[in-house]
Design a protein around this ligand. Structure first.
Ligand code: MEV
Length: 426
């Protein structure tokens, strides 16, 4: 393919078998044979399975899977699988969990797994009257949607409630009908969206309006998880560290620019567990950040205070729409193994572990930031990545990384120079 004929307009691409798709991409991007081979190197996920999970698959993208150790949550020990590309995150979570153990570990809890589905009704001459008609038919609508999922109902879940609100929007008044569905151990998007679609004709009959969107909200305010922990002041470095973490928290409370990064650190841990267990990381991010802004001002998702004994106590609370059945959780072999390592059997328990990891991650970040800074530890690990990026292999990786750390000069160009030097001396 010459540069002038290079086009990304590829009709029928999705119908081609995977090897042909890869061949086209290889030619388009000028990939070497070696690069193309790497894309399809099966690392726990067979190409055949991947090809059914999403569209236009041309390969696999493996990421490191680690386990965070030391987690004691509600009196039970957990090894927490985490899939992430960023160094330091797993080490930080493990270290924070070790310190939390001293005062009994994490106490976590969660609401029932209730998701909210939204049905948008437009073209209503009197939206308030339409709202009353829907509210009066609450039982009828709930029964109708529950008939759609008898398995869920049998498992103790199903549509629990129906609420409605009239919105004054730039496109005029509209009625929003909301189904509150206990989705049990699923993430719930499919269950809720199916129910919303099933309810639509009935809602149109009741209101005389037209239904447009039928979709769950990721602002899952009825599916919250929380965790608390006390960190012994001496174990974490003394009363000055308690004070420093409280000041770091105050910064996040006062400034959305800081709160965004504070919450990003929390999501480092939560998303890594989500990815490892085959959960929808984007749904979690959307829910967490929208929840952080629910008062109209973007806030940190954790709160920190000093106990009467002078120790540091923290609490996290956020929506966590995660499942242990359905979607990739039941298809991806590594996700299944990750869940086995974690040993959770319900979505609520998984959410409680994730909340604990989020709190641990935040504690570790604040403690590091408010004391020695994160760069020393981070750059040590980063040095190894740079050594690999510079082309080091085997024992050269550590040799190059160590030299950069000793010099306090951790950069890709320096890694290349050191590697050259080591190779010429070898
Ligand atoms: C880096 O991935 C996460 C931190 O920036 C979190 C924070 O600032 O609290 C260290």
């Amino acid at each position: 393919m010459s540069p002038s004929t290079k086009t990304s307009r590829l009709p029928g691409f999705h119908k081609l078998p995977l090897p042909q798709r890869l061949e086209i991409v290889k030619e388009f991007a000028g990939l070497s044979d070696e690069e193309a081979k790497l894309l399809i190197a099966e690392a726990g996920l067979k190409l055949e399975v991947a090809d059914r999970m999403v569209e236009n698959v041309i390969g696999l993208m493996p990421l490191p899977l680690g386990v965070a150790v030391n987690f004691l949550i509600n009196g039970k020990d957990f090894l927490v699988p985490m899939c992430i590309e960023e160094p330091s995150v797993i080490a930080a979570a493990s270290n924070a969990a070790r310190m939390a153990r001293v005062k009994g570990g994490f106490k976590a809890g969660s609401t029932a797994p209730v998701m909210i589905g939204q049905i948008q009704v437009v073209d209503l001459p009197n939206p308030f009257e339409a709202m009353l008609r829907v509210l009066r038919a609450r039982e009828e609508v709930l029964e109708a949607v529950n008939r759609k999922d008898p398995v869920l109902v049998k498992l103790g879940g199903g549509a629990r409630d129906l609420t409605a609100k009239v919105l004054d929007t730039v496109a005029g008044y509209m009625l929003i009908v909301e189904l509150h569905v206990d989705v049990r151990d699923a993430m719930g998007a499919n269950v809720v969206n199916t129910m919303c679609e099933a309810a639509a004709p009935l809602i149109e009959d009741l209101t005389g309006g037209k239904v447009l969107l039928r979709i769950l909200t990721n602002l899952a305010t009825e599916r919250l998880a929380w965790a608390e922990a006390v960190f012994d002041k001496e174990v974490i470095g003394g009363p000055e560290v308690v004070e420093a973490v409280l000041k770091a928290h105050a910064f996040a409370l006062a400034d959305p620019y800081r709160a965004a990064t504070h919450n990003k650190g929390i999501m480092n841990g939560i998303v890594a567990v989500a990815l490892a267990t085959g959960n929808d990381t984007r749904a979690l991010e959307a829910g967490a950040h929208a929840y952080a802004a629910r008062t109209g001002r973007y806030q940190p998702l954790t709160h920190w205070w000093r106990t009467a004994e002078g120790d540091l106590a923290g609490r996290i609370e956020l929506p966590l729409a995660v499942g242990v059945v359905g979607g990739a959780t039941g298809v991806h072999p590594i996700a299944k193994i990750a869940r086995k390592i974690l040993g959770v059997t319900t979505a609520q328990e998984l959410a409680e572990v994730m909340a604990s990891v989020g709190l641990a991650q935040n504690f570790a970040a604040l403690r590091a930031l408010a004391t020695e800074g994160i760069q020393r530890g981070h750059m040590k690990l980063h040095a190894r990545n740079l050594a690999i990026a510079a082309g080091a292999t085997g024992e050269l990786i550590d040799l190059v990384a160590r030299r950069m750390v000793e010099e306090g000069n951790i950069r890709l160009d320096r890694a290349r120079e050191i590697l050259e030097d080591l190779k010429t001396k070898a």
